[in-house]
Every structure is written in structure tokens, then in C-alpha cells.
Design a protein around this ligand. Structure first.
Ligand SMILES: NC(=O)c1ccc[n+]([C@@H]2O[C@H](COP(=O)([O-])OP(=O)(O)OC[C@H]3O[C@@H](n4cnc5c(N)ncnc54)[C@H](OP(=O)(O)O)[C@@H]3O)[C@@H](O)[C@H]2O)c1
Length: 323
């Protein structure tokens, strides 16, 4: 029998999670086998369990965020060695998912973890960062802004509004907005997270508990420039309405969930859901270039990890197995 590992299975559509065992996969060309040390819990995980969305094959292993140690290299992988500490964006097929002891990763969407980061902190990065990335810089699923690490471009004096700046996705949107040179960077969060979002790079903070009407009035006073991009990381109907009202003619409302606003005639505004998944062909080019930057961004502190994300530490499993 091939070597086995423990995995957390979602047994059936809208069923329960249960621990079972499955084979440890072997890495193919351009892939790595990673011994997972830490993974993040994301809203999509409970949504899949509760609603049965997205997943078509059961039993399913979920989990998008992988942080661990390289166990084996597939053919053609040159930039990594056995024993490297890495983070990677998982995939929705069982061999590539995070809620298990060993997963395959695609080398182009894997990066080394710098010594300054732990497995837990690195596990908070992939899905949040990639969703911010797709929504701002994606040509298919985003505002199509030129990534600042590919060309020396600056969106100077362009305002941006980020609803939900303390969320996992929102925290990375603020940081990329700063890298891209947006100003002002206006965000909403709970008052307890004001310092956090300002530290990420927001220039103006508003309490997310204000009524929609008061938020729109307050944000509108910050800038005389037309607001052409709103990134709504929360994307509930009430936040979408705020973002939609704030948008100038021809503006773009980037959403993490499906639009509830109606695209209008005349003003040319657009609202669409982004897709922070590097594994689909329409995103591949952007994510190859961004994943090549992740180690540098983290080691130089250009991008800070999101402190709000919940992580699962798997390392105790290995300790228990050795005992
Ligand atoms: N389309 C995609 O590819 C994609 C990818 C990833 C996530 N998503 C979706 O994006 C959403 C965000 O995911 P996430 O992982 O970033 O969530 P998260 O980290 O769990 O965000 C939770 C935070 O959102 C903030 N928040 C909630 N309601 C708010 C409001 N009305 N205004 C402002 N902030 C509010 C709260 O911040 P405070 O504590 O400051 O109140 C809360 O702590 C989820 O619905 C998720 O399913 C979509």
C-alpha cells in the first residue's frame, strides 16, 4: 500500500467534516510535495460545507492556504530544495488542498518563507493576497491596473476606497493600493482596527458601523477627485450599495461576492466579482509574476501578513506521531 496520511474530509455535500486517511501523492513535473505545518481557515471553507457550493467531487479535502516544508521535488523544479520552508496557494482538488498532512503545490505559485515569518503567519497569505491581486491587477477578474513591480507606474492622486480594510482580503488591497501609489486610500473597519489599517497604508479611516448614508457623506468629503475604483472586500448588499453610490462615471466596483447592485446605463459603471485563484488559465500570467515577488515582499516587509486570519497549526500531529 502506498504511504498514507491523515486528512480532514468533507464526506458529502453539506455533510460533516471527519478525519480519515488517504495516499500521499507524488509530485509531477513542476510540482512539489509539501509537509503541511500550518493552514488558514477562510470563509469559503464554511460556505462550502453549509451550502455545497463549488465542490463537485466528494469526499473532498478543502483548504487554500499551505505553509510547510518541502518533502519532495517533481521533475523540472529548480528554485526549491528538500527542507525549504514554503507557502503556496492550494487548489480545489484533493491532492492540492491544505487540510491534510501532505499536499502537492505548483512551483510557480509557491514561495520560500523568509526567516522573519513563522508557518502560522505565512499560512495567512496566499488566498487573501491573491484575491487582492486579482481584483486590482487582473485583466479578466479585476480593474486591470498595471502591476507596479512590472513597470514603473504610479496611480498618483487617484483615490481608492476599500470597504473592509481589516479583513484578510482588504488588508492586502490596502497594501497593494499603497504600492501602486493611490492617494488617498480610504477604508472602513471597526474602530478597534483603525491603527491596523492605517499601518497597512490607509490614509483615511471610517467606522464601518456608520449608516450607509453617513459613510457616503463622510467619504465623499475626503477628496474632490473622481473615485474610479472601489474594492469592496466584504461585498454584502449594504456595502455594495455604499461602494456603488461613491463610484464616479465609468468607475469599477470590485467585489469578492456576486454583485447585488444593478449595472446602470448612462454612467458606465461596472461591478463584478473577482476570482483570486492562480490555477485558472486567465490568471496564470499575473500570478506567475506576483508569486515570484512574494518571498521578497515578505522578507523586506513590503507586504505585512494579515494578523486577523485564523490559522490551524498542524505541527502537533507530527509530534504526536513520533511519541
Ligand atoms: N472571490 C474570491 O476569489 C474570494 C476570495 C477570498 C475571499 N472571498 C470572500 O471575500 C469575503 C472576505 O473574505 P476574508 O477572508 O477577507 O474575510 P475575513 O478576513 O474573515 O473578514 C472579516 C472582517 O470583515 C470585516 N467586516 C465585516 N463586515 C464589514 C462591513 N460591513 N464593513 C467593513 N468591514 C466589515 C470585519 O472587520 P472588523 O473586525 O474591523 O469589523 C471582519 O473582522 C468573504 O465573503 C469571502 O468568502 C472571495
Amino acid at each position: 500500500m502506498s504511504p498514507q496520511q491523515k486528512a480532514l474530509f468533507l464526506a458529502k455535500k453539506q455533510g460533516d467534516f471527519e478525519v480519515g486517511s488517504r495516499s500521499i501523492p507524488s509530485p509531477g513535473h513542476g510540482q512539489l510535495l509539501v509537509k503541511i505545518q500550518s493552514t488558514a481557515l477562510n470563509p469559503v471553507d464554511y460556505k462550502i460545507k453549509d451550502t455545497g457550493m463549488v465542490v463537485t467531487h466528494y469526499p473532498a479535502v478543502l483548504g487554500a492556504d499551505i505553509a510547510g516544508i518541502v518533502e519532495e521535488l517533481g521533475e523540472g523544479v529548480e528554485n526549491f530544495r528538500k527542507g525549504d520552508r514554503v507557502l503556496a496557494h492550494g487548489h480545489r482538488t484533493n491532492d492540492f488542498a491544505a487540510f491534510q498532512q501532505y499536499a502537492l503545490t505548483i512551483a510557480s505559485f509557491t514561495a520560500k518563507i523568509p526567516p522573519s515569518e513563522s508557518f502560522d503567519s505565512a499560512a495567512t497569505v496566499p488566498l487573501g493576497l491573491d484575491t487582492a491581486m486579482a481584483g486590482l491587477y487582473g485583466k479578466q477578474f479585476g480593474a486591470g491596473i498595471t502591476p507596479p513591480w512590472t513597470k514603473n507606474v504610479c496611480e498618483s492622486k487617484q483615490p481608492i476606497v476599500i470597504l473592509g480594510g481589516s479583513s484578510s482580503v482588504g488588508s492586502y488591497v490596502i497594501q497593494f493600493a499603497r504600492l501602486s501609489g493611490f492617494y488617498p486610500i480610504i477604508t472602513t473597519a471597526s474602530p478597534s482596527n483603525e491603527d491596523l489599517v492605517m499601518d497597512y497604508g490607509a490614509t483615511h479611516f471610517f467606522d464601518r458601523n456608520l449608516s450607509g448614508k453617513r459613510l457616503i457623506a463622510a467619504i465623499s468629503k475626503v477628496t474632490d477627485s473622481a473615485i474610479r475604483i472601489v474594492y469592496d472586500a466584504v461585498s454584502l448588499p449594504e456595502t455594495q450599495s455604499v461602494g456603488w453610490e461613491l463610484l464616479a462615471k465609468n468607475g469599477i466596483l470590485v467585489l469578492t461576492l456576486p454583485p447585488s447592485v444593478k449595472e446602470d446605463e448612462g454612467k458606465g459603471r461596472k461591478a463584478f466579482q473577482t476570482f483570486g485563484n492562480p490555477h485558472i488559465s486567465k490568471n496564470t500570467e499575473l500570478f506567475r509574476s506576483s508569486w515570484a515577488m512574494v518571498e521578497k515582499w515578505l522578507s523586506e516587509g513590503t507586504i505585512q501578513v494579515c494578523s486577523a486570519t485564523t490559522v490551524l497549526d498542524l505541527s502537533h500531529i507530527y509530534v504526536a506521531e513520533q511519541a
